[in-house]
Structure formats: C-alpha cells, structure tokens
Design a protein around this ligand. Structure first.
Ligand SMILES: Nc1nc2c(ncn2[C@@H]2O[C@H](COP(=O)(O)OP(=O)(O)OP(=O)(O)O)[C@@H](O)[C@H]2O)c(=O)[nH]1
Ligand SMILES: [Mg+2]
Length: 221
C-alpha cells in the first residue's frame, strides 16, 4: 500500500474520532500512541520495525540499542508522525528485548502501551518459546489483557518447518479474546509488515471509540 493511501486511512479515522478520544491533546492538536512489538527472543521484532521504518523512509530515525551480535539490549525506539493541516498523529514505536537476561526492561517498555504486535516465531522449534512469551505478556496486564488491542504476527513464514497457527491459537484459547487479529509475516522481506501495523492502529482506534462511548464524561482533555 502506498503512503498516500495509508495516510488517507488515518485522516478518515481522525475525522471520525478527533473530538471523541481521550489521548488527544486538543490544544496542541496532537494524538500520541504507543505501539510495542513483543515476542520471544529472535522472533523478528527488530527486523519488523526496521522494515516499517524503511517503508516510510525513516530508517535513520530508528534508535536500536543492540549488542555487538545485533541482539536488542533494551528496546528499539522510533517515532513515525503524520501531519495534516490540523492534526499531528505521533506514533511511538518500541520493541521489547526477547532475551530473558534483560527481562526487567520488558514491563518498563510496555508502560502506557496502546497496542501490541506480538511477533511469534513460526518455526516448530519455537512454539514453546512463543507460548512462554505470550503467558508472560499476559501477566503484565492482569484482567485487561482479554480486550487489549493486539495483532499476532506469525513471522518467518518463508521457512520450511513451521507449526500450524491453529495449534498456537488453540493453546492460548484465542477465541476467548477480543480486539485481536492475526497476520502472517516475513519480516526479512517486509511481507505483511505494513498491514500488521495498519491492523493494530485499526484495533486501537476501535478500542478508543468503545471507551469514549462508555465514558463520555472523560472524552476530551
Ligand atoms: N527466514 C527469516 N528470518 C527472519 C525473519 N524475521 C527475522 N528473521 C531473522 O531472525 C533473526 C532475529 O531477528 P531479530 O529481528 O533480531 O529478532 P528480535 O525478535 O528483534 O530478537 P531479540 O531482540 O534478540 O529478541 C535475524 O537473523 C533475522 O534476520 C523472517 O521472516 N524470516
Ligand atoms: Mg530485537
């Protein structure tokens, strides 16, 4: 999808929601969102973010704190902004490190998150690690996780030995969740990276719309 089509998508949403949702700073005319790529070690979180920033020509603005062997130490971080004549949409994008050695950084990175892309490694050998990572993520949310906006990206679809996504979905009892979606990605060549990103934004906005309808008194700042 071209950037213009992508932008139009947001401008449409902004038109619908700009006077309804709570994180809008009406004075500054800015909407800020935080999106985190989460998942087990080496599942492709950093690669996915890099592809996303490449797509928008922002590769120089992505800050990755990596070890000498290119593993994420704390997180990757960057901002993608969209401006129309009235509003600035600022998307703060992070990845958590998948290495357990740095586990303390994960809940910190998740603080104030609006939506998550859970990057699962689809290799058969990684299924258990995906499940452990999912269960850990759940513990950071307590009861809100069920309805929290989240896209599961089954990454590394180019590799031959993959588990069926059905197995993973059954093990996590996917059908009990709301505001969730599923994508199949190949981060190394960018396949479905943008559509996963659009999807999480869509889920975030749906979630906010619901919230604003539920709590009309606190809609605006
Ligand atoms: N074949 C294949 N390899 C991938 C894909 N996505 C990522 N990789 C490779 O998997 C390895 C790990 O990718 P990263 O993006 O660094 O993974 P990560 O999830 O950020 O890893 P940590 O930050 O250490 O948790 C790298 O060698 C990538 O090139 C994919 O879709 N297909
Ligand atoms: Mg990484």
């Amino acid at each position: 999808m071209k950037i213009s089509a992508f932008l139009n998508f947001f401008l449409e949403i902004l038109k619908i929601l700009s006077d309804k949702i709570i994180i809008i700073d009406a004075l500054e005319k800015t909407i800020q969102l935080k999106i985190v790529y989460y998942g087990p070690a080496l599942s492709g979180k950093t690669t996915s973010i890099k592809q996303l920033f490449n797509h928008f020509g922002k590769q120089d603005e992505l800050c990755s704190i990596e070890s000498t062997v290119r593993r994420t130490l704390f997180f990757d971080y960057g901002i993608i902004s969209f401006q129309n004549e009235d509003w600035l949409l600022k998307l703060n994008i992070y990845s958590c490190t998948g290495q357990d050695f740095y586990i303390v950084t994960r809940p910190i990175t998740l603080k104030g998150v609006d939506g998550i892309i859970f990057v699962a490694d689809s290799q058969t050998s990684a299924l258990d690690r995906d499940l452990v990572s999912w269960n850990e993520l759940k513990t950071y949310f307590k009861e809100n996780f069920e309805k929290f906006p989240l896209v599961i990206a089954f990454n590394k679809q180019d590799l031959p030995r993959k588990f069926s996504s059905e197995i993973f979905l059954k093990r996590i009892d996917y059908k009990t969740y709301k505001n969730k979606d599923i994508k199949y990605t190949i981060a190394v060549n960018g396949e479905n990276i943008l559509s996963s990103f659009e999807d999480i934004l869509r889920l975030i906005f749906i979630n906010m719309k619901v919230k604003s309808e539920l709590f009309p008194a606190i809609q605006t700042k």
